[in-house]
Design a protein around this ligand. Sequence first.
Ligand SMILES: *Cc1c(COP(=O)(O)O)cnc(C)c1O
Length: 322
Amino acid sequence: MFRVDYFDGSWQNPSIIPYGPIEISPSLSALHYGQSIFEGMKAFKNQDGAPQLFRPIDNIKRLNISAIRMGMPQIPEELFLDGLNQLVSLDRDWIPTKAGSALYLRPFMFATDDFVGVRPSINYSFIIFCCPVNSYYPQPIKVRVEKKYVRASTGMAGFAKAAGNYGISMLPTSEAKKDGYDQIIWTDGKNHNFVEESGTTNLFFVMNDKLVLTPKLDGNILDGITRDSCIKLLKAEGYEVEERNISIDEVIESAKSGSLTDVFGTGTAAIIAKIAAIGLDGIDYELPNPEKRKVSNWLYKTIYDIQTGKAKDTFNWVKVIS
Ligand SMILES: *Cc1c(COP(=O)(O)O)cnc(C)c1O
């Protein structure tokens, strides 16, 4: 793993060390006050067998956006990228090549003061570790529209990949699971009228295989790199894409009328997670056969082929590691 520590006002002593336990103080401030942020990305082997990353600069920029919101120091882009490159280069033999598999990379930063008062920590650690992940073709999932709990609302930190945002999602998700759902769809914190995102994925709704809707970046949802890639690829392919508020009513009405042809979540782990049914107030609305979904099938293949160097990287997203 790559590790660099922040003390005396700067990042110091970057090094690559064996993966293993780290010693922490019981008063470690990250554990008490939640200054803890992370990223998730993947390394692949291209058709020549060289390791490559998908849009790593976007992960680095997003980590720094999370850092600002959580009152943590930013990490210089070159320091992050350098650590990433050296780690992946060193660990290249761990990148699996089976279809759908990858080397998952987990960069994260946390506060390390051993001090019990509530204040921004003065010391931090930044670590990147990696682990091979198997091909991940999730079954189409059943989601429930969440109308009791809220993930984020105006002025909160919904746009940050901050640990606390995931802590608060555990109970609501468990409750949905008890009722037979795989995930929840978060809705706006004011009136629960608009859809936001689902689990660790951004949401897309396709009307008549033509018009693609996705919630706009309102500060409450993650600015997903897969989301952005999907929008750009869809537009280049001639689809109409709208980033805007999407009401639950609009989703349910279009599901009932049959104009809702595809619904899916997007994220690094699965790329595309197809949604088979949406539950609202005890009624499940079944969506069209997941195997025949035109848009989600096309997006999965297109993105995966770019990531593994099979398709032309027209947007210059891929960074090959020497
Ligand atoms: C990480 C994450 C996403 C997806 O982001 P990607 O950059 O596409 O992996 C979406 N929503 C939440 C809440 C997330 O944590």
